[in-house]
Write a protein that binds this ligand. Structure first.
Ligand code: ADP
Length: 281
């Protein structure tokens, strides 16, 4: 048994090593593309575009976009590695999910207005406390809402719904709309634990079934999907969401089909004390 154990560990180490190499290769590749474009434009600006004010302005705009893309990538990569580093440490602190969602609505208000997308928030009005890291919970909601806005057309809405006191093992059952709910992360079921959920629903293009299980892979993007052009993603947003939810011992599901929009739900175990009274203690 000892030998088998050692062998398994070695395979695990090797697998981790491969994942790390793969991750670094992907990350370098993703950074190299905007970097190459920046270098190209710098060369052009130093050369023949120097005296052409119109071309110069256009190139500088493109360069600014590429630089923004690089900083988004670096920020996402840093978040991901920080979260993975802490993933085995249970988060301390208490977060009101409803308040966190309302903070996200405020934070995205400029972006949603620019895009002509209305973001709504629905909850029962009370506090819905979970044990967690406030910044990380906000990042989960923010990443889901950012995607919702990104894949919506002007005039469409993104709806955030917060629910409490859910049993996660309540059988999903057939949905009235005929779509299936796909689990992207299933929590360890602990007896008697109630969950609070945040669902972010959009009415954008939706996602074909074959892509759903891979959405939380790092750098995974659905090919040929329009995302409003000017805000291309990094492919890291949902990977970050999954790691944070996992650290909080929660779950993640998606319901989507082409033409049906998308609804992502993150579930978190509720703090044991009843949410409404917890502050009074
Ligand atoms: P990105 O930064 O590219 O949005 P994510 O990890 O957040 O990365 O998402 C991965 C991919 O999943 C996206 O590139 C997109 O193809 C698809 N996706 C995510 N959210 C939605 C959504 N709300 N509607 C349609 N497609 C989505």
């Amino acid at each position: 048994p000892l030998a088998i154990l050692a062998l398994r560990d070695e395979t695990d180490v090797r697998r981790m090593e491969l994942m790390r190499v793969d991750f670094l290769a992907n990350a370098s590749h993703e950074l190299r593309t905007p970097l190459a474009s920046l270098s190209g434009f710098i060369e052009t600006l130093k050369g023949h575009a120097r005296d052409d004010a119109v071309a110069r302005d256009r190139f500088l705009d493109i360069m600014a976009t590429q630089a923004e893309r690089m900083s988004r990538l670096v920020a996402d990569l840093l978040s991901l590695s920080r979260i993975e580093l802490n993933e085995h440490i249970p988060p301390s602190g208490r977060v009101d999910l409803a308040r966190a969602a309302s903070d996200v609505v405020d934070a995205v208000s400029v972006l949603s207005q620019e895009r002509g997308v209305v973001v709504t928030l629905q909850s029962d009005g009370g506090k819905i406390n979970i044990d967690g890291d406030r910044d990380e919970i906000i990042q989960v909601i923010q990443n889901l809402v950012d995607n919702g806005i990104k894949y919506s057309a002007p005039g469409q809405s993104v709806e955030i719904v917060i629910r409490r006191d859910l049993h996660i093992d309540a059988a999903p059952g057939p949905r009235t709309d005929g779509l299936t709910r796909l689990p992207l992360l299933t929590p360890d079921r602990e007896a008697g634990v109630l969950y609070a959920a945040v669902t972010v629903r959009d009415h954008g293009p939706g996602i074909a079934r074959e892509h759903l299980p891979r959405l939380t892979e790092r750098f995974y993007r659905v090919e040929g999907q329009k995302s409003g052009g000017e805000r291309p993603g990094t492919g890291l947003g949902l990977a970050i969401v999954k790691h944070i939810v996992n650290r909080h011992r929660g779950g993640l599901t998606v319901v989507s089909a082409p033409g049906e929009g998308a609804a992502f739900s993150a579930y978190f175990p509720m703090s044991p004390i009843r949410s409404e009274t917890s502050d009074a203690i």
